[in-house]
Design a protein around this ligand. Structure first.
Ligand SMILES: NC(=O)c1ncn([C@@H]2O[C@H](COP(=O)(O)O)[C@@H](O)[C@H]2O)c1NC=O
Length: 576
């Protein structure tokens, strides 16, 4: 509804005083506006010779409690919220001698900037939570039919230009835009506070968990872990301040509304393609050793595609407790291996598919020694886009300097991933908890006549982990703790199986080893026995898959015919 939006009185209360003097001067001199203002702002305006009504004179109440209470008064909020078109409201305005406020210019205490400084104390951070400012902004924005609200100094000129054109008034369309800007700002402000408080809880939890072990999966302990799985999940689960990002609470009952405050990590040169604009933002609650927390030691600027692929590589390699290396290309691990030491793991991962490894990402879950760098740089002469690992020895770093363009990232450790995943679709956001391979092997079953041998079981468990990092339909053939053949992303599982088997045979031929003794992991169940038949033809002796197909019986019978041992996990690991 159109109301008289001529600005007669303005309340100005700003922390960022940029442009405020010129703005106030023109309000007064060109439009005869009365300015009401708070302590510091009033001082600046008065020093510039601008007449100001101090807030305490306007409310009849002093500013108090070190500025915690200055504008929190019915005379302020009544003056902002009164509907000028409702006689009852206007009657109450007269009765309580409330002065109408037609314009509010407020920007907030610099909470975000304050907490970005690591030396800021908790008490200081709390003092930087603005209460009166957001309250005024919200009141004014609610009444945008009559009130003009300016949260961004960049809008001063626009408001003045409009007032000059429309006899001291603003247009409803403008006020609506300014209104939307207010709630976006206050939402981001509150999200920043929530995420700061969550991080404080996380740090408190992490320091409490000093003695716990750091490993989450099957096998030996991480050498480089710094956060244990229990505290890592508790850390993410802790932020009661923003329950929408409490993964456990969200998983139990997905919130009706989610407010995400994303902090710009870096602007990217472009997106997936050069004509797309892109940037990388950090999520609140990012785990301590996540990609978003990693430190780039050297190399060219990370691109959008580098980040996507590095994320996939890091997500996969951090699944392993033993020294593991993943060579990843276009979202799929073309090489993967575990070994007693990280250099051997790299050598074996690279050997899986040297051709595809060209221009790939190398991810290691252990400190990278000089020897590993020499192997990829001098022995294999592998062109690498990104190298990511918890840390590097000084000698390795020195040698890496010879490859100035190579992007080298240090995560500082290995922990469990950030618990929630966000993915955009046209006009929306898909949200889910993260997929991890931490099933209990005790719950696996073997429905075939033959049980896997110990060495088959070890390879099956390895393949099962790697398979989770392969795009669906995913088939992974492993041999001796390395992923020798991969069938990613085919729209039918038999093609994935065929592709994986062919790759595995090529790998063995290239390495001069016998193409036999393969095990296979499938990210989802086999819908028909044809997959088993293909795998059997290519010397696969053991299979691991979720089970649960209508035709499991057929597949079990096929395995028994071929003498294959098959493990059912009961859990699926699609990756689309
Ligand atoms: N407590 C209050 O009633 C209150 N009213 C306004 N403020 C904030 O005080 C700041 C301006 O203070 P000053 O004019 O004293 O420099 C603004 O950022 C404004 O958002 C307040 N401060 C915090 O809540």
């Amino acid at each position: 509804m159109a109301q008289d939006a001529r600005i007669r009185r303005a309340l100005i209360s700003v922390t960022d005083k940029t442009g405020v003097v010129d703005f106030a001067r023109e309000l007064v001199e060109a439009h005869g506006v009365e300015i009401v203002s708070t302590g510091g702002t009033a001082r600046v305006l008065i020093e510039a010779g601008i007449p100001v009504v101090p807030i305490e004179e306007f409310t009849g109440f002093p500013e108090m409690m070190d500025g915690r209470v200055k504008t929190l008064h019915p005379k302020v909020h009544g003056g902002l919220l009164a509907r000028r078109d409702l006689p009852a409201h206007m009657e109450q305005v007269r009765e309580h001698e409330i002065g109408l406020i037609d314009l509010v210019a407020v920007n907030l205490y610099e909470f975000e900037r304050t907490v970005a400084d690591p030396t800021t104390s908790f008490a200081d951070a709390i003092e930087h939570i603005d209460i009166g400012g957001p309250s005024m902004l919200r009141s004014a924005a609610k009444n945008a039919d009559a009130v003009t609200v300016v949260v961004d100094p960049a809008d001063y000129t626009r408001v003045l230009a409009e007032m000059a054109k429309y006899a001291g008034a603003t247009q409803l369309a403008t006020r609506r835009q300014l209104q939307a800007k207010v709630y976006a700002r206050t939402a981001a402000y509150d999200a920043a506070i929530a995420s700061y408080l969550a991080e404080q809880l996380e740090q408190a939890d992490a320091s409490a968990a000093t003695t716990a072990s750091c490993c989450t999966g099957i096998g030996t302990e991480h050498a480089a872990c710094s956060v244990d799985s229990a505290s890592a999940s508790a850390a993410v689960a802790a932020p009661a301040a923003d329950s929408s990002l409490d993964a456990a609470a969200w998983a139990a009952a997905p919130a009706a509304e989610l407010t995400l405050s994303l902090t710009m990590q870096q602007e990217l040169r472009y997106g997936e393609n050069p004509h797309q604009t892109a940037a990388f933002y950090r999520l609140p609650g990012a785990s301590a050793h996540s990609l978003a927390s990693a430190h780039q030691i050297q190399g060219k600027e990370l691109s959008y595609n580098n980040l996507l692929d590095t994320d996939a590589a890091w997500a996969l390699v951090r699944e392993f407790n033993e020294p593991a290396c993943v060579v990843l290309k276009h979202q799929n691990p073309c090489g993967s291996a575990v070994a007693p030491d990280i250099t051997t793991a790299y050598d074996r991962a690279f050997a899986c598919d040297p051709k595809s490894a060209f221009g790939g990402i190398i991810a290691c879950n252990r400190e990278v020694p000089l020897e590993l760098v020499e192997h990829f740089a001098d022995v294999n002469k592998q062109f690498v886009e990104v190298l990511i690992a918890p840390s590097y020895t000084p000698e390795a770093l020195e040698r890496l300097k010879r490859r100035q363009n190579l992007r080298v990232l240090a995560t500082g450790g290995v922990d469990t991933p950030t618990e929630m995943e966000f993915r955009s679709v046209d006009g929306g956001m898909l949200v889910q908890t993260v997929d991890r391979v931490d099933e209990d092997v005790a719950n696996f079953s073997v429905p075939t006549k033959r049980q896997p041998t110990d060495s088959e079981l070890a390879d099956l468990l390895f393949a099962w982990r790697v398979c989770k990092g392969v795009k669906s339909n995913a088939i992974l053939i492993a041999k001796d703790q390395a992923g020798v053949g991969m069938g990613p992303g085919q729209p039918n599982r038999v093609d994935s199986a065929l592709l994986a088997c062919t790759r595995a045979e090529d790998t063995c031929e290239r390495m001069g080893v016998e193409a036999s003794g393969f095990v296979c992991a499938s990210d989802a169940f086999f819908p028909f026995r044809d997959n088993v038949d293909v795998l059997a033809e290519h010397d696969v002796t053991a299979i691991i898959q979720p089970g649960g197909s209508k035709r499991d019986d057929e597949c079990i019978a096929a395995c028994d015919e071929h003498g294959i041992a098959m493990v059912f996990t009961g859990v699926r690991h699609f990756r689309h």
